[in-house]
Design a protein around this ligand. Sequence first.
Ligand code: GDP
Ligand code: IMO
Ligand code: MG
Length: 422
Amino acid sequence: MKVDVVIGLQWGDEGKGKIVDVLTPKYKVVARFQGGPNAGHTLEFDGKKFVLHTVPSGIFRKNSVNIIGNGVVVDPVILMDEIKKINAAGVPTGGKILLSKKAHLILPTHRALDAAQEAAKGGAKIGSTLKGIGPAYTDKVSRSGLRAGDVLRPDFLQKYDDLKQKHLALLRQLGYPLGAEEQEKETEWLQSVEQLRTEFTIIDSEYEVNELLKQGNILAEGAQGSMLDVDFGSYPFVTSSSTVCAGACTGLGVAPSKIGEVIGIFKAYCTRVGSGPFPTELSDEVGEKLRRQGSEFGSTTGRARRCGWLDLVALRYSIMVSGATQLFMMKADVMDNFDTIKVGVAYKINGAATDRYPYEVDAPIEPVYKEFRGWKKPTSGCRTEKDLPQELLDYVQFIEQQTGVPVKFISVGPDRSETVLR
Ligand code: GDP
Ligand code: IMO
Ligand code: MG
């Protein structure tokens, strides 16, 4: 049996949550392998909408097993709050969510450090979601982090206090004093940790995943997108984890030979939240129209997303790094009302054409565009390929030809049902 992997191929928010929810009936097990509550994965069905940050997007399917893998960083307060909301909507989670002992914990002081470090960067700030992601992964890599399994140990409070004191010293250095509300956050955090300890199933997830893999295929759910990957994204404007397919191996403890389909998700255009290069960005009324039609506001922070045309240089790069075997194109309906649609096929940098994504984040990139006629027809009601306008199919075929990977699925609306399988 295999682990099929869902990953974002752009700068995040491609629609991974919807896809995992749509695919889950084919899988008993869904496992998140990296990132943390910087993610916001939206699911819509039966007139309801949910945004998940830590809980895998299989949770709404009956009898599913949802694993939070070792590669994830977990804020216990956000996790417990999320579970409360899911339960309040009448969906039981008991026994359906398993947490890896080796997942690292985000402390309240990680969040304070995130804010302090962003403030110290001034104009060069990353535009972090300020959920403590960078500082938590920093502690993991520098071998001083706290892990979910530690909450089961009798010396947990001592370990917590040691790490907190280290953070407080750093915060003092950064001139970022903690106020009274930070004390309240600590109380809330410790209460959530207690809930984790007493009500949660904390497991040796790498054993569990490999056992479950003997019984059936597993769906691995990525967060963020390949262009935010800590190695391959537009560093330093990236997140702090491996968002590419390889992250599923290290974030779950599965061997590369166990990877099956690599499902790459991309929007029919591009968006990015936060700072960093975005070659095909539209800072005009066309970008504004994409933002409006696509409701492009962050699921986690509510920030307006930057919008632009599809960038095939970046897409081909992401596909190469992860070896995507199939592509799912999202939000086609958002482009229902455009006379002309452009696609970036190459870059010009200092007058020289290239089809490679450059190392320099400040490279003066001028995209080379190919133009397509818009379809100017509503697509949200389409359910089969023959319902789709020919101009949209021409656009899809061009993407397939440029990437060499089949587009198996076209999404035409946020709801679970608004999908066209090819
Ligand atoms: P994720 O982080 O990759 O899971 O994506 P987000 O949930 O952050 O952002 C995707 C947004 O687009 C959400 O609001 C989804 O409900 C919405 N969405 C997903 N697919 C489609 C689609 O095909 N059409 C439209 N109009 N919205 C979509
Ligand atoms: P999902 O899973 C879009 C961006 C932030 C910032 C950078 C670093 O919903 O696709 P961090 O909080 O990790 O320190 O932020 O990465 N970012 C995302 N953008 N979707 C996400 O997740 C993101 N998670 C982080 O905006 O630019
Ligand atoms: Mg999102």
